[in-house]
Write a protein that binds this ligand. Structure first.
Ligand SMILES: Nc1ncnc2c1ncn2[C@@H]1O[C@H](COP(=O)(O)OP(=O)(O)OP(=O)(O)O)[C@@H](O)[C@H]1O
Ligand SMILES: [Mg+2]
Length: 461
């Protein structure tokens, strides 16, 4: 039976750390030796990375938004394409081993195998979960591990005959409506295959890493391969591969038999470029204790098979840490890039908005000025026109008036003078007539008086 050694662990750790491209990029840089060509190349690779990121973001727009489970720090999924390879057994013991390795850490167990829930049996739990004040289900707890499973919500032997949508809503309830309190790790026991449930879990919650379980025979490895590829596709880091039931040791003669093969999972891990997390033997104890609801990590903590599990758990958490570190670095790089992009976008928008508003303002100002100028000049024009009209009217009327007055005066003067003249004339005429007639009369009178005298004189003469 192959046990883990600390040297293997440190080697795996080194590999995990060297995988982080963010760290490598920093280490590769030699200050002062960067040529123009290198700069150009690195610029091109940054551009293509940015383009890839953009493509990823565009594809992610169609997917549901990942939302963390309230109170849970890290989620580890235990999966495999194949059924019956020991996923649930590994998930249960992994949750217990994570807590056994570090007493300060808390772990929970979520069984999303809706059609065949095994956690109630493996953890020796029964009953319906109670509801918390905010109407969320309170997990059932055994061995210090809070657990939630569809098995708590349906009768033991009743078949679950659900169509896809009902399964999705059940998974959604298990992910969102459980009151986990505060957990360092939530180990999720996946159903076999790479179907709707797996996709739904990976797309709805952020997952720190996936552990793939497989037995060493080809038919199981084929499905494990599919499982690992699925996680890669949905951007979930694969922490590594566990080879379960790798070797059987006869309790009587201690002879070791590789019932399902010896090295299949290790080779697959090499092919996929993922870590090989270790061998768990096919052991009677594991099967018996699991069936009794007493997982080996708590029922036989000092056994050899448990030490493997404990080592594996330690390894998981260490790998998990480096995966988390990597994803944190990646996340902060992404965040930085997103912030930079949004800052650029924002400033561009701001600039164009400012420019636009400046243009708008100046256009408005200009048109206002133009309008007011036009209005003013129109008003001025009208005012001038009006006053001109008024003036000319006044002038005309004044002229008319004065003309009328003048002509009236003239007329009256003429009339008066005519009258006067005619009066004078008349009186003159009258006077002269009178005078004439007087003269005449006096002449006549005189002559009448004088004539006889004259006649007498003439007679005398
Ligand atoms: N290392 C082991 N040694 C002995 N028995 C094991 C070992 N691992 C698992 N078993 C047993 O194998 C059976 C199947 O295991 P388990 O239910 O964990 O598989 P699974 O992959 O979760 O199955 P499913 O795909 O149906 O969910 C169980 O009875 C379990 O006790
Ligand atoms: Mg199972």
């Amino acid at each position: 039976m192959a046990l883990f050694t600390y040297s293997k662990l440190s080697h795996l750790l080194r590999l995990a750390v060297h995988k982080a491209p963010v760290l490598r990029a920093g280490a590769d840089m030699k200050p002062g030796a960067v040529s123009w060509l290198q700069l150009k190349r690195s610029q091109r690779s940054v551009d293509s990375k940015a383009q890839q990121e953009r493509q990823k973001q565009q594809m992610a727009r169609g997917l549901p938004k990942q939302k963390p489970i309230a109170g849970v720090k890290q989620v580890i999924v235990v999966a495999s394409g194949k059924g019956g390879v020991g996923k649930s057994t590994t998930a249960v013991n992994l949750a217990l081993a994570l807590m056994a390795n570090d007493q300060s850490k808390s772990a929970g167990l979520l069984d999303v195998d809706v059609y065949g829930p095994s956690v109630p049996r493996l953890m020796n739990l029964k009953g319906n979960p109670e509801l918390s004040d905010d109407n969320r289900m309170v997990p059932l707890t055994n061995y210090g591990v809070p657990c939630m499973s569809m098995g708590f919500l349906v009768e033991d032997a009743s078949p679950i005959v659900w169509r896809g949508l009902m399964v999705m809503s059940a998974v959604e309830r298990l992910l969102r409506q459980v009151d986990w309190g505060s957990l360092d790790y939530l180990v999720v026991d996946m159903p076999p295959g790479t179907g709707d449930v797996q996709l739904s879990v990976t797309q709805n919650i952020p997952i720190a890493g996936a552990v793939i379980v497989s037995t060493p025979q080809d038919i199981a490895l084929l499905d494990a391969h599919r499982g690992a590829e699925m996680f890669k596709k949905v951007n979930v880091p694969v922490l590594g591969l566990v080879q379960n039931m790798s070797v059987f040791q006869c309790p009587n003669c201690q002879h070791q038999t590789h019932i399902f093969g010896s090295d299949g999972a290790r080779q697959l891990a090499d092919t996929l470029g993922i870590s090989f997390l270790g061998d768990i033997p096919l052991h009677l104890n594991i099967r018996e204790m699991s069936d009794k609801g007493q997982p080996v990590v708590v029922s036989c903590p000092d056994s050899a098979e448990v030490s493997t599990l404990l080592y594996s758990a330690l390894l998981y958490s260490t790998l998990l840490y480096s995966a988390l570190l990597y994803s944190t670095l990646l996340y902060s790089a992404l965040l930085y890039y997103t912030l930079l992009c949004s800052a650029l976008l924002y400033s561009t928008l701001l600039c164009s908005t400012l420019l636009y508003s400046t243009l708008l303002c100046s256009t408005l100002l200009y048109s206002t000025l133009l309008c007011s100028t036009l209005l003013c000049s129109t008003l001025l024009y009208y005012t001038i026109l009006c006053s001109a009209l008024l003036c000319s009217t006044l002038l005309c009327s004044t002229l008319l008036y004065s003309t009328l007055l003048y002509s009236a005066l003239l007329c009256s003067t003429l009339l008066c003078s005519t009258l006067l003249y005619s009066a004078l004339l008349c009186s003159t005429l009258l006077y002269s007539t009178l005078l004439g007639s007087t003269l005449l009369y006096s002449t006549l009178l005189y002559s009448a008086h004088f004539y006889p005298t004259l006649l007498s004189y003439i007679d005398i003469m």
